[in-house]
Design a protein around this ligand. Sequence first.
Ligand code: SAM
Length: 198
Amino acid sequence: MSDRWYRELKREHYYRSAKSEGYRARSAYKLLQINNRYHIIRRGDTVIDLGAAPGGWSQVAVKLGAKVFAVDIQHMDPITGVTFIHGDITEEETLKKLEEEAGEANAVISDMSPNLSGHYVMDQARSIWLSTNALNVARRLLAEHGNFLCKVFVGEDYPQFVEEVKKSFNMVKPHSPQASRKRSSEIYIVAKNFRGSR
Ligand SMILES: C[S@@+](CC[C@H](N)C(=O)[O-])C[C@H]1O[C@@H](n2cnc3c(N)ncnc32)[C@H](O)[C@@H]1O
């Protein structure tokens, strides 16, 4: 059985499950797997979901009992229990809006991806830029002991980003969920217990 064949089969499996279970994106399973293991989101939490469209992660967070504030440059169809802010998180105006709406959060989760150019070095640098912005949101809006989850493309400046996250959280772990395609170089940084030094 070729690697490629197996990957396609797995992709198809998550796609079909997402459709039948009503999730808008199969990435929903990545968050479910991560949360089963690390308990990033708990019932009653306020969660900020960055790069939320089409809404798979927000759906999962609501299902886990959280109140969700979602941000994306792209439009997202409404989800009960989710307040959507249409904007670019790298812009201060969006950040201010988010701060006003959400106030303090228990978890900041980011699945943001840049528009892929096909040049990995450039895409990776953009991914780090988005992740750095997500970390800034976490530092600004997380309550003490809050959690952070962030997708990032692995590359030259990835270790430096991990070091930066470690400055603000007591537990930091890179995690590659099963629902992620094997060939992809994306990884999720799981960071728990915000030190509150903002
Ligand atoms: C992989 S998708 C997220 C999928 C989502 N987690 C789900 O489960 O449905 C990445 C998203 O990041 C968003 N994004 C990229 N740059 C952004 C930015 N600067 N501000 C806000 N959203 C951004 C894109 O518009 C895109 O919708």
